[in-house]
Structure formats: structure tokens, C-alpha cells
Design a protein around this ligand. Structure first.
Ligand SMILES: Cc1cc2nc3c(=O)[nH]c(=O)nc-3n(C[C@H](O)[C@H](O)[C@H](O)COP(=O)(O)OP(=O)(O)OC[C@H]3O[C@@H](n4cnc5c(N)ncnc54)[C@H](O)[C@@H]3O)c2cc1C
Length: 403
């Protein structure tokens, strides 16, 4: 551990640092110029999304033999942070594909599924989504009502609706994602909770369609959110992931990466908001002096800096301690999302406040970041679900506090 004092948690290796630099260039040149327009028009930029494949980002955590980049949770956090500095909505579409669908398949699929599907989703030829939530069941996920029954041919027949699915529709014409990582109920335990199975549902399978694209979201408008319909949808047995009824393990494991990913998005929002308010506080004068001379403005900037730095340390420390092939980091993945998402929203809020009327209009970016930040407190687990999980885990493992 010769150089432990010089380690930057956010850029622990040269490879991570180079990744960050590459994405910063890409974001400046390609993401930033389109962000405001796609938010205003509530459109998903599919062409730009496919470019992420050329940069090896769509399969960032997939091994190279399947067309991925073979990187870790820290790399995932770096990509999300940098994309969200400019366009969290676009980043959410990226997260749904690369972290919710592709990473899940890479770690839980069998060899045949991985070799057939991963190269297509890593290149961007196919867009993926993950469907867990339903109109009546979100946090209470094991109440899900979407069912799958095996018929006499061995195929599975799926019925139900999924709600709020990012990338569920890839355009305005109701074209579904090319591949959907679907959780469905294939049994019921003694407490009435779902026994969950994962199905790889592909575009064109009979009975799989988009119910509606959901418009008029508060934020994350550059990602498409859709309701998906499964109406006697027939899925062959080879598209079942793992053993029927045993998908809770990969659902929980993948949620850990999702939570780091969402917290890292908050970090990008926080950094951009802080930079904007800091710059503006020197440019704007009132009562004959820079507004940064006012104590109340100093409080906005000072508190935002401290929270941003705390988020950065917690996000990258949690990422460093997360092995994508295993679960077991729930306490901190819940913790970092609980802290980082509200901190991001508050920092964006302060940026608007510091910038006054200018902060309130789209051209100055921070109002969009503020709207986007709110979703981070809901998607991938609500704040309340993190509070519940943390409290339960600390009752089981109080020693975690003393470590
Ligand atoms: C833009 C967007 C994109 C999304 N993308 C996806 C996606 O790609 N895939 C997907 O599957 N889902 C997705 N979601 C769904 C998201 O994960 C859910 O919205 C979230 O899990 C909350 O579920 P819910 O909306 O049904 O709220 P509910 O679970 O009904 O919660 C309502 C309120 O009750 C509280 N509550 C519920 N249970 C408890 C409890 N036990 N204790 C205390 N409070 C509780 C909640 O915290 C919340 O405040 C997305 C949502 C949005 C808005």
C-alpha cells in the first residue's frame, strides 16, 4: 500500500482517469449541444445513444469476449457522473440499458444467451430496458401481478403490464425496446409474495407491445418512459434467465449497481450546479458588489461544496467496494443513493437561488438539473425504501457501525 495517500477515489487508476477524460470530451462535443433541445421536446436521442456503443460504453461492465469493456463499478460511476454533468435524462436512458439490462445479462445469463445477445446490446444495435415496476406495485415489488405460465410446448405465456419503463419505447411511434429484461410472477409463496422469474422478451414476439409513452414528466425528459403490455406474450424457454422462481438474487444484486449509478448521476448534477453558481456569484453584482460577498450566498456555495465533496467520497468508496459479480453491499448502495440524490437536488436548488431569475430558465441549465434530480429520489428505490432497508440491515448487522 505504498501510495495509498495519493489515491484519488474518483480516478483510482490511469484507466479510470483516461475513461473520464474521454467522456468529458464526448460530453462537451456531442452531449451538451443537444441537451436542452431534447429535454424541451421530450425526445430520446437514439443516434447519440448508439454512439456510446462506438466508445465501448454500452457494455462497460461486460467482459471483452462478449463485446464489452470489462470495467468495474467505479467506471460505471464515472460514465454516469460525466454524462449527467450535461444531460441526466440522456444518462438515464444509458443507465436503463447498460446497468439495468446489459449488466444483468452479463452476470446472470447463460453462455448461449450472452453470446447471442450481448454483442448486439454492447454495440448499440439493440436497445434494452428492464421492466420491474407495475401500475399498482412499485416499492412493493413482490406484489407484482404480471404472470408467466409454462404451456405444454415448454414456452412461457406472459400476461400483465409494466409501468414507468425507461427505454420501454425507443421513439414516438410506439416501437418497443429491442430487448426487455422482464420480471414476472411464476409462483406465489406462503406469504402471498411473488416467486420471480426473469424473461428476455424480444421486439417482435407476439403479444409484446408498448401501451403508451408517458409524456409530461417533471424531468428526465430526454429519456423515454413507457408502459409495456404483455398480452398472451409467448416467450421460448431458452429466454428464461436462471432457474424459474429464483430471480430475486439477480434482482437484488443488480439493484446495488443501479443505486450507485443513480447516486453517481446525482454527483454530476451537483458538480455542474456548483460550478454554475460559483461562476455566477462572481459575475453578478448587486448593491455595488459581487453577490459572492453576501453571507447568504456564501452559505449556498459553502454548503454545496461540502455536500458535493461528501457525495464524491461516498459514491466512489461504495463503487470501489462493490463487486459486480456478487451482492452484499446493500447498506452502502442504499446509503449513497439516499444521501447523494437529495444532496444533488438541494445543490441544484441552491444554484437556481443564487442565479435568481436566470437560474429559473432553461438556457442556464440548472433548472433542468433540478427537475432531473427529483427523479433520483424516486426511481431505483424511493428515499423511504432506502431508509427502511438501512434500518433493517443495521438491526441485523449493528457491527457495521463500529467497523
Ligand atoms: C422516470 C421514471 C423512470 C423509471 N424507470 C423504471 C424502469 O426502467 N424500470 C422499472 O421497473 N421501473 C422504473 N421506474 C419506476 C420506479 O422504480 C418506481 O416509480 C419506484 O420504485 C416507486 O414505485 P411507485 O412509483 O409505484 O411508488 P410506490 O411504491 O407506490 O410509493 C408511493 C409512496 O409510498 C412510499 N412507500 C411505499 N412503501 C413504503 C414502505 N414500506 N414504507 C414507507 N414508505 C413506503 C414510497 O416511498 C412513496 O413515497 C421509473 C419511474 C420513473 C418516474
Amino acid at each position: 500500500m505504498a501510495d495509498w495517500e495519493s489515491i484519488d477515489l474518483a480516478n483510482p487508476t490511469e484507466e479510470h482517469r483516461m475513461l473520464r477524460e474521454m467522456i468529458r470530451d464526448f460530453v462537451r462535443e456531442e452531449v451538451e449541444p443537444q441537451a436542452l433541445e431534447y429535454d424541451r421536446e421530450e425526445k430520446f436521442n437514439l443516434d447519440l445513444f448508439r454512439k456510446l456503443g462506438e466508445y465501448g460504453l454500452l457494455g462497460i461492465s461486460v467482459s471483452e469476449e462478449y463485446g464489452g469493456s470489462g470495467m468495474d463499478a467505479t467506471a460505471v460511476a464515472i460514465v454516469n457522473e460525466e454524462l449527467s454533468y450535461s444531460d441526466p435524462g440522456f444518462c438515464l436512458a444509458y443507465l436503463a440499458h447498460a446497468q439495468l439490462m446489459v449488466n444483468n445479462l452479463a452476470h446472470n445469463g447463460n453462455a448461449a444467451q450472452k453470446s447471442r445477445i450481448l454483442p448486439k446490446v454492447c454495440s448499440g444495435e439493440w436497445v434494452g430496458c428492464m421492466a420491474m415496476s407495475e401500475p399498482g406495485y412499485g416499492t412493493d415489488v413482490l406484489g407484482m401481478q404480471t404472470t408467466a405460465d409454462q404451456n405444454s410446448d415448454g414456452d412461457w405465456v406472459i400476461n400483465g403490464r409494466k409501468m414507468w419503463i425507461t427505454n420501454g419505447s425507443i421513439d414516438e411511434d410506439g416501437t418497443p425496446a429491442d430487448i426487455c429484461w422482464l420480471y414476472a410472477r411464476t409462483g406465489t409463496d406462503a406469504k402471498g409474495r411473488a416467486e420471480v422469474t426473469t424473461f428476455l422478451v424480444e421486439k417482435g414476439m407476439a403479444g409484446f407491445s408498448v401501451g403508451q409513452k408517458i409524456y409530461d414528466k417533471t424531468g428526465m425528459r430526454a429519456s423515454n418512459t413507457a408502459e409495456l403490455v404483455f398480452d398472451d406474450c409467448v416467450v421460448p424457454a431458452e429466454n428464461v434467465v436462471g432457474a424459474p422462481g429464483e430471480s430475486m438474487i439477480h434482482m437484488m444484486r443488480n439493484l446495488e449497481l443501479e443505486r450507485i449509478g443513480l447516486a453517481a448521476m446525482g454527483l454530476g448534477i451537483a458538480r455542474r450546479s456548483l460550478a454554475a453558481m460559483n461562476q455566477y456569484a462572481s459575475e453578478r453584482e448587486a448593491f455595488g458588489q459581487e453577490i459572492r460577498d453576501f453571507g447568504q450566498i456564501q452559505r449556498h456555495i459553502g454548503e454545496s461544496w461540502a455536500e458535493y465533496r461528501a457525495m464524491r467520497a461516498y459514491v466512489y468508496d461504495t463503487a470501489r467496494n462493490t463487486d459486480l459479480a456478487k451482492s452484499g453491499n446493500r447498506l452502502d448502495t442504499d446509503g449513497v443513493k439516499l444521501f447523494g440524490t437529495t444532496a444533488a437536488k438541494n445543490i441544484a436548488d441552491r444554484a437556481i437561488q443564487v442565479m435568481g431569475g436566470y437560474g429559473y430558465v432553461g438556457e442556464y441549465t440548472v433548472e433542468r438539473l433540478w427537475r432531473d434530480a427529483k427523479l433520483l429520489e424516486i426511481g431505483g428505490g424511493t428515499l423511504e425504501s432506502h431508509q427502511k432497508n438501512i434500518t433493517r440491515d443495521l438491526s441485523r448487522s449493528p457491527e457495521a457501525i463500529e467497523e
